[in-house]
Design a protein around this ligand. Structure first.
Ligand code: 5GP
Length: 207
């Protein structure tokens, strides 16, 4: 069996409730490590540096890109977002399943670099509900809400690049479904290459 942890990417339109889902899955189960991203956007009220994000400057972010310190990075609504490499690699090595809550450009970069990654897409039940949730946050200006709805319009094109889709209608149900999907995905042949090649090697010895 493969002893390393599984890399799990969770994406979804802004306002889908991914953040809440991820918090809940971390609380409910103890085999997950959550990667904390870097961003150049301003903290929202209540966000703490090092907890929701590592907030940084354009200069520092660009320096990290050059040093290959990020597994992936993307521009989103005028800001940089990226996944620091060290933490993810160390946790996977320990056998932890690492969750990245990132947008699509980043998700596709990760899948390309690490093909065993599980890509999960979370969607609200409808576009109306999506807009309602974005407004319900109460922290975004009309301009930002519009930007994020337009971004969703662009992003829908890539949904079918994901391995699995979950609808965030009922929080508890969605968390359980995500956990079940993650567990089931351990059993696919492409995530058990070592086992398969060992079995094949042993079978090839048979006369
Ligand atoms: P927000 O500004 O609402 O916290 O995040 C905006 C978008 O950036 C969300 O879709 C979120 O998933 C994504 N995001 C957060 N961290 C990263 C990251 O490290 N890399 C990429 N590619 N996207 C990220």
């Amino acid at each position: 069996m493969n002893h390393k942890g599984l890399l799990v990417v969770i994406s979804g339109f802004s306002g889908t409730g991914k953040g809440t889902l991820v918090k809940e899955i971390m609380k409910k189960y103890n085999n997950y490590s959550l990667s904390i991203s870097m961003t150049t956007r301003q903290p929202r009220p209540g966000e703490v540096d090092g907890r929701e994000y590592f907030f940084t400057t354009d200069e520092e972010f660009e320096k990290l890109i050059k040093e290959d310190g990020l597994i992936e990075h993307a521009g989103y609504c005028g800001h940089y977002y990226g996944t620091p490499r060290k933490f993810v690699e160390a946790e996977l090595e320990k056998g932890k399943d690492v969750i990245l809550e990132i947008e699509m450009q980043g998700a596709l970069q990760v899948k390309k670099k690490f093909p065993e990654t599980l890509l999960l897409f979370v969607t609200p039940p409808s576009v109306e509900e999506l807009e309602k949730r974005l407004r319900g946050r109460g922290t975004e200006t009309e301009e930002v809400i519009h930007q994020r709805m337009m971004r969703a319009k662009e992003e829908q094109e890539y949904i079918d690049k994901y391995d699995m889709l979950v609808i965030n209608d009922d929080l508890d149900k969605c968390v359980t479904e995500m956990h079940d999907i993650i567990n089931a995905s351990r059993f696919t042949p492409d995530r058990n290459k070592k086992l398969i090649s060992d079995i094949r090697a042993q079978l090839s010895e048979l006369k």
